[in-house]
Design a protein around this ligand. Structure first.
Ligand SMILES: Cc1ncc(COP(=O)(O)O)c(C=O)c1O
Length: 385
């Protein structure tokens, strides 16, 4: 195995999920507060469109960059919702944002280059940057209430910096950004790569801004996975600046050929009904978030950044508990509640865990009750609140 592929840590996000599934197969009732995907069924109108596409024989390769009809629909969607003019030629359709992230890093950086990103952040960023031969430069955010801003990123920007990676609404913190904050990132100078896969799922009452509204030359990645509740369909799209287009297209052609044809046809229906599809999960997530946060506070988990988007809360272990990996493993095996250890998201996540509220409110409440009983059995000292 290549040196750049870090050995697996004690438990990965997927590792927790695998253990949880093994317990379920053994007959246990596991409460899933670890999952990075919405628990809602994919929209019926998209399912119908996919079935129709399959019946109509849409099973062949498409243009490598994606179906022209879908790229047109996305271009129109960006114009109507964000007020940005993006020609379909600058939109690449990918099999989810994960291959798009890899393509972007391969196109943008290599050995000797650095990519500045927040800590904590989605774990795959670091590994994909390393796969491209470059070095991830994590910016600690804990001392700033887990708010990643241009101001704290700036000292980490140096001549080797090829890009600054941002993610709003964010995983694992649930942070959102204002238009002005996005503009500040663009002002730092290097290319901004903006992962906007959780856009649409925010609870501020305001639409989330996109980097494209302030920096048309940024790379913007989005996906049908989260807001459209279509993780298993594997579809995303990337808006690529002119200067990177040829390189990204070659990587796409050689590495991925094209995204699933019938899924692309179905996604046209998704894009055209975006608000109708996203508003349901958004309202439900907001309600669940409140249930989770109230319960965590009672149990002594501090959540320094109140999540405003995505479907995660990043919480410090109650007083006296320090090892997030041991805590998550013991909680899973004793109380059958699955959560993700914070260090998975970076060094700043020590003594933190991520709760996902991608499970119905009553299951969240049951999970909290089990965690309460678990904490009662595991009081490390008398300091527990
Ligand atoms: C911040 C972030 N970006 C990207 C992804 C990858 O999503 P997908 O490949 O399904 O589009 C995830 C998945 O959890 C994520 O949390």
């Amino acid at each position: 195995m290549s040196e750049c592929l870090n050995p697996a840590p004690k438990a990965t996000c997927v590792g927790v999920m695998d253990d949880a599934h093994a317990l379920e197969r053994a007959g246990h009732d596991v409460i899933h507060l670890e999952k990075g995907e919405p628990d809602f069924a994919s929209p019926a109108l998209v399912v119908e469109a996919a079935v129709e596409a399959l019946r109509a024989g849409k099973t062949f390769y498409t243009d490598s960059s994606g179906l022209p009809e879908l790229r047109e629909a996305i271009s129109e969607h960006l114009r109507l919702t964000d007020g940005v003019e993006v020609p379909p030629a600058r939109i690449l359709i990918n099999s989810g944002s994960s291959p798009a992230l890899l393509s972007t890093f391969l196109a943008v950086c290599g050995p000797g280059d650095e990519v500045v990103l927040p800590d904590p952040a989605y774990p795959s960023y670091r590994r994909l940057i390393e796969l491209a031969g470059a070095t991830p430069v994590p910016v600690p955010t804990r001392g700033h209430g887990f708010r990643f801003t241009a101001e704290i990123a700036e000292p980490y920007v140096r001549p080797a910096t090829r890009a600054i990676l941002i993610n709003f609404p964010s995983n694992p913190v649930g942070a959102t950004a204002t238009t002005e904050q996005l503009r500040d990132f663009a002002r730092l100078g290097p290319l901004v790569i903006s992962d906007e896969v959780y856009r649409g799922l925010s609870y501020t009452g305001e639409p989330d801004p996109s980097i494209l509204q302030v920096q048309p030359e940024a790379v913007m990645l989005n996906s049908f996975s989260k807001a459209f509740t279509m993780t298993g369909w594997r579809l995303g799209f990337t808006v690529v600046p002119e200067a990177l287009l040829a390189r990204m297209k070659i990587i796409q052609q050689d590495g991925f050929v094209c995204a699933n044809a019938f899924v692309q046809w179905a996604a046209i229906a998704a894009v055209r009904n975006a608000e109708k599809i996203v508003s349901g999960p958004r309202a439900e997530f907001a309600h669940r978030r409140d249930t989770l946060l109230a319960g965590l506070a009672e149990l002594g988990f501090a959540v320094p950044h109140r999540p405003l988007g995505a479907f995660y809360a990043f919480a410090r272990l109650p007083d006296g508990h320090h090892d997030a990996y041991a805590f998550a493993a013991d909680l899973l095996h004793e109380a059958h509640v699955a959560i993700t250890p914070g260090p998975e998201f970076g060094a700043e996540g020590a003594a933190f865990v991520r709760f996902s509220y991608s499970t119905p409110a009553e299951r969240i409440s049951e999970g909290l009750a089990r965690i309460g009983a678990f904490l009662d059995r595991h009081q490390p000292d008398s300091s527990r609140r």
